[in-house]
Write a protein that binds this ligand. Structure first.
Ligand SMILES: Cc1cc2nc3c(=O)[nH]c(=O)nc-3n(C[C@H](O)[C@H](O)[C@H](O)COP(=O)(O)O)c2cc1C
Length: 188
């Protein structure tokens, strides 16, 4: 992609091509190459995301958690992914279920996001939901809900990367999305 910005990567590449390359990449000036987990978390938390709740049915029980690692992967076939922490109470449920539903939350659903991010909370008792195909829990009134079949699971450090094929799209109430940034939900 063209980048017209002076001093951008393109100019840097040209400069580097005319000078002697070192074998070991050097940290950028002011960079921190000896960071702890908290610093890493804060750094990546600067990336603003939407917020989703992912649900499944496991051993006849609805399971779910709040997730912001969602992204779309492929249009054809329609694939999405999200990351599941190995410390999650729902870990086994999502590692063994063959389907999940992913709900994109609107700005008024901060309470729902917090409930599904709280271990041990009565997540479904206080939530309006219905059973979809195969008993998949579908939450009411979200922006969009995607019914997915699990296609792949990959190891990713202390998370599993779960890739799903979207089988159905449910359109809920239109509205603004719920946004998460810097460890907080954004309110407008
Ligand atoms: C905004 C937000 C985004 C989150 N994203 C993820 C995520 O992508 N993957 C994950 O495993 N946990 C994520 N969490 C944490 C889980 O929601 C939290 O650990 C939850 O308690 C897990 O529920 P469980 O232990 O009952 O399964 C997120 C939490 C919040 C508040």
């Amino acid at each position: 992609m063209d980048d017209p910005t002076p001093g951008s990567e393109n100019s840097a590449e040209k400069t580097a091509a005319n000078s002697t390359r070192t074998e070991t990449p050097q940290p950028a000036a002011g960079g921190d190459d000896a960071f702890d987990q908290r610093t890493f978390r804060r750094a990546v938390g600067q990336f603003a995301t939407g917020v989703t709740v992912v649900t499944t049915l496991f051993e006849d029980q609805p399971k779910g958690l709040t997730v912001n690692s969602f992204t779309s992967v492929s249009l054809a076939p329609p694939l999405v992914l999200w990351n599941l922490g190995e410390g999650s109470d729902s870990h086994r449920a999502f590692m063994e279920s063959e389907a999940f539903a992913l709900h994109i939350l609107h700005a008024g659903q901060e309470g729902l996001a917090k409930r599904f991010a709280t271990r041990g909370a009565d997540k479904f008792g206080e939530t309006s939901w219905r059973s979809g195909p195969g008993g998949l829990p579908l939450l009411d009134n979200c922006l969009i809900s995607l019914e997915c079949q699990v296609e792949h699971r990959y190891p990713g450090g202390d998370h599993a990367i779960i890739v799903g094929r979207v089988n159905a799209i449910h359109h809920g109430e239109p509205g603004d999305p719920l946004i998460f940034h810097g460890g907080s939900f954004l309110t407008r």
